[in-house]
Design a protein around this ligand. Structure first.
Ligand SMILES: [Fe+2]
Length: 189
């Protein structure tokens, strides 16, 4: 049965293991193997949001709720991460840098569509963009092997695919903008 306190403690313990990302992946896989239990503990998603479940220098755990048909531009993390889906769908496009491109330009390199109970590990240098392809909210647990909010990183302009500094406030605004299109009744607790 998924309990938030226990889940956070298990992730912290996994971090201390030699293969920490692999250990965290197992913890996340166990959690999302029972989506109903995650929904019961975290609540049915009602609005797009980035909810901090744990934030420390070496570990960030987020409950990420993607708005209907919401897309997040390509970005990197500069730390490993693990994604686990408990409701909806999260389509990831993976990108790679074009060698020697002056503007840090990227090109598409692969994709992975993730649904409930699925877990996907991302290496520290991975660049991805994310789309929720369905007309309802998607809920995911994202675990990062560092401080997600304090680490400088890059994002890429979705039209020109050129590199620029990541803006975490803009990220949070994107989630709020997505909520503007949600029916108000959806957002009452
Ligand atoms: Fe990401």
């Amino acid at each position: 049965m998924f309990k938030l306190d226990r889940f956070v403690a298990d992730c912290v313990a996994a971090l201390a293991e030699r293969e920490s990302q692999k250990a965290v992946r197992e913890v996340v896989a166990r959690a999302v193997s029972d989506p109903a239990a995650v929904l019961a503990e975290l609540g049915e998603p009602r609005r797009a949001e980035v909810r901090r479940l744990h934030q420390a220098g070496d570990l960030t755990i987020l409950n990420l709720v993607w708005g209907p048909e919401m897309t997040l531009m390509p970005h990197d993390h500069r730390m490993w991460s693990v994604i686990g889906i408990y409701t909806g769908r999260e389509d990831n496009i993976f990108w790679r840098r074009v060698p020697e491109a002056a503007d840090g330009r990227i090109e598409a390199a692969g994709a992975k569509a993730l649904g409930p109970r699925e877990v996907w590990p991302l290496g520290r240098d991975v660049i991805h963009s994310v789309t929720n392809p369905i007309p309802r909210l998607t809920g995911a647990i994202h675990v990062y092997g560092g401080d997600f909010f304090a680490t400088p990183r890059s994002e890429w302009d979705p039209e020109s695919l050129s590199e620029r500094a990541y803006d975490v406030d803009k990220l949070l605004r994107l989630f709020e903008r997505s909520n503007a299109s949600l029916p108000a009744a959806n957002q009452t607790e």
